[in-house]
Design a protein. Structure first.
Length: 172
């Protein structure tokens, strides 16, 4: 079963005022975007306690504060190569507190980040960089027609070598 939608105190006061002014539960619910049963619950609670404030909820207290979570997100953005384990180690060093890896991942997930290393692109070797520069400098003044001819010739050579590679370079 899902958790209830939390209605803020100002909205509860508006709901209370609307019903006291003579509006029906249904009309009040439509005005403030809540269900009519929620309007009834607000009214019932007000009649019992004469207050619209929420009770203190008895849940497990947070392990980290919001500021610590912000600093954790900033740390992750500054160095995206850090995993959740590395972030936890740094957090332990800075704050002297130990929390689980899943807590770190949950914090990063709320900020649309991930607790793992990003995919790393393979580096281009010096030999390949030099070959690319040589090719680019040779064919600097090529037109698009010359480029298409080159790719067609390359495709034909590949087809002769390996028939499985025939769809590798499609020129449109």
């Amino acid at each position: 079963m899902g958790s209830k939608k939390c209605i803020s105190s100002p909205v509860k006061k508006l709901i209370l005022r609307s019903v006291q002014n003579g509006n029906s539960f249904r009309k009040t619910a439509q005005l403030y975007g809540v269900g009519k049963s929620a309007v009834g619950q607000v009214m019932k609670r007000f009649e019992l306690t004469r207050s619209t404030k929420n009770k203190n909820q008895s849940g497990r207290p947070r392990k980290t504060t919001r500021n610590q979570d912000k600093k954790l997100v900033i740390l992750s953005i500054e160095n995206p190569r850090l995993t959740a384990v590395d972030l936890n180690i740094q957090k332990r060093c800075f704050y002297g507190m130990n929390c689980s890896i899943s807590t770190i991942k949950r914090c990063l997930c709320h900020a649309n980040l991930f607790g793992r290393r990003p995919a790393k692109k393979p580096l281009v070797s010096l030999k390949n960089r030099n070959a690319r520069m040589e090719f680019a400098s040779k064919h600097l003044k090529w037109s698009s027609q010359n480029g298409q001819k080159f790719f067609l010739v390359t495709k034909a050579n590949l087809c002769c070598l390996d028939p499985m590679e025939s769809g590798m370079f499609d020129v449109h």
